[in-house]
Write a protein that binds this ligand. Sequence first.
Ligand SMILES: Nc1ncnc2c1ncn2[C@@H]1O[C@H](COP(=O)(O)OP(=O)(O)O)[C@@H](O)[C@H]1O
Ligand SMILES: [Mg+2]
Length: 343
Amino acid sequence: MIIDLKNIYKEYDELEVLKNINLYIRKNEFLTLLGPSGCGKTTTLRIIGGFEQPTIGEVVFEGKNITDIPPYERQINTVFQKYALFPHMNVFENIAFGLKIKKIPKLEIKERVENILKTINLVGFENRSIDSLSGGQQQRVAIARALVNKPKVLLLDEPLGALDLKLRKEMQMELKNMQKSLGITFIYVTHDQEEALTMSDTIAVMDNGEIQQIGTPVDIYNEPKNAFVAKFIGESNIIDGIMHKDFIVEFENIIFDCVDSGFEENEEIDVVIRPEDLVIEKSDEAKLKGKVTSVTFKGVHYEILVESENFLWKVHSTNMTPVGTLVGLSVLPENIHVMKKVR
Ligand SMILES: Nc1ncnc2c1ncn2[C@@H]1O[C@H](COP(=O)(O)OP(=O)(O)O)[C@@H](O)[C@H]1O
Ligand SMILES: [Mg+2]
């Protein structure tokens, strides 16, 4: 374990923005803080970087309490949301800046900057002015400026947010490869679930100043812990239900077998079913029935909306079913996810 956040609370003028954050990060892990805008991601990152003090709680780095250590004494570097490059310096000077301050010998600075330019694919750009670079290239320089300090941990706050989709996808892969080859721990912040799912070893989903779930991308996608996580990670049908007893759930006034247990008898719960897990059948072949109200081609699949008694189901299917068709919907027991109601 390289970083351990212990019982972190943060208040700004009596507004509680972080409520009991407990999170550890392993060495060489790519961990992502994922959540909607305002949920406390940047604040968490700033506390790890030392730019902000927690109101209560401890930041532990390699076993030592560093809560009161200033940012420049931590072996942690940050790539901020706004890259904040020095516009009057060229690429070399921007990357070398931190090393100069640390009074590293000139020859070593030159060597380190050149090495890092290789890593980020900007060899030959040493003398270019910042203005002459594209957004993607500026972002690379910002990353190089952090990496050249050989930090043990790199914090990245929505670093690809300003880039267009195609470039963002490319940079996602590059960052991931860089992280693996350099062997640096990355703590990454994004509100983009797809980005989090493709890049991370571990995702911490945040909402409202709290961590809702920590797990691998596969865990979080397949076994979301509550309706918030399910909704935030990918598309879902979320419907009220009642857990009659272990392995028996009711929704839409129909009883289904499921694989969940450990709820109270007749507990009110949320049922989550992914659109790709609903299968359209002939209307007399399934318990759940409805009428197709809309069909949209999405490139890989059709998104078909089916209205049942009290619910509008989103279904993904490679087969098209015309609007107005009466259909049955079936779902395997293991694809019915039963979740405790939040609050
Ligand atoms: N310096 C500050 N003073 C007062 N409130 C702040 C400050 N920084 C952040 N906040 C508030 O804390 C909450 C979490 O913000 P932030 O960590 O930036 O969220 P995120 O990065 O997830 O969008 C927000 O409600 C924000 O308005
Ligand atoms: Mg933020």
